[in-house]
Design a protein around this ligand. Sequence first.
Ligand SMILES: Nc1nc2c(ncn2[C@@H]2O[C@H](COP(=O)(O)OP(=O)(O)OP(=O)(O)O)[C@@H](O)[C@H]2O)c(=O)[nH]1
Ligand SMILES: [Mg+2]
Length: 202
Amino acid sequence: MAKKGKAKGAPPKGPGRGGLVTSALTMAEMPQDGKSEVAFMGRSNAGKSSLINALVGSKVAHTSSTPGRTQRINFFSMVSWYIVDLPGFGYAKVSKQDRQTFGQAVETYLTERQSLVAGVLIQDVRRDPEEEEAMVVHWAASRNIMLIVAASKMDRLNRAEQQARKQALEELYGRPVFLISNRTGEGMDQVKGALRGLGLNL
Ligand SMILES: Nc1nc2c(ncn2[C@@H]2O[C@H](COP(=O)(O)OP(=O)(O)OP(=O)(O)O)[C@@H](O)[C@H]2O)c(=O)[nH]1
Ligand SMILES: [Mg+2]
């Protein structure tokens, strides 16, 4: 993809914890070492890349207020496993051609990847889940993949609103939803705890 030049603040590459290992569009470009992977999924602008940075504790993933920033499948090394940052769904302004390219790549990844052990579905706490989120839940169930649901941007709500949204989202999803803020770090321990519970060190 010879489109965009590398941004100045490119994330550090290499073997360090959380470092970007590869940015893939085909299975052949993905790591072949069989380590476990956790895919971060959600609508564009939901805060996937920000959550990854908060978990890693350094700015390894590109974030942007412009939706559609992440357009490849990015693998970050957690030494014994990988964090996988996926392009967001539901954003119409990315060109159709690009969306088809990465949409196909994501679909292949999600349906075929053997080392994928868990997913983290991120959605803005102020929104309700829509068809795409329902598809992720269905996909995880059908592939028997453990799914963590995190509602981001809780810092945008007051305490009472947070409680109300948590309850509403848990009812809509029919499962626990962690409220998180990638700004303040609130709720991060719950996500970390859930990942650690899967034997993934953080
Ligand atoms: N207030 C607040 N802003 C957040 C939070 N998480 C992310 N943001 C902001 O939301 C915007 C999008 O965040 P990203 O992490 O780039 O979102 P993404 O899901 O990776 O988006 P794509 O790569 O486009 O799919 C950025 O401006 C972030 O600073 C949060 O918890 N609280
Ligand atoms: Mg992103």
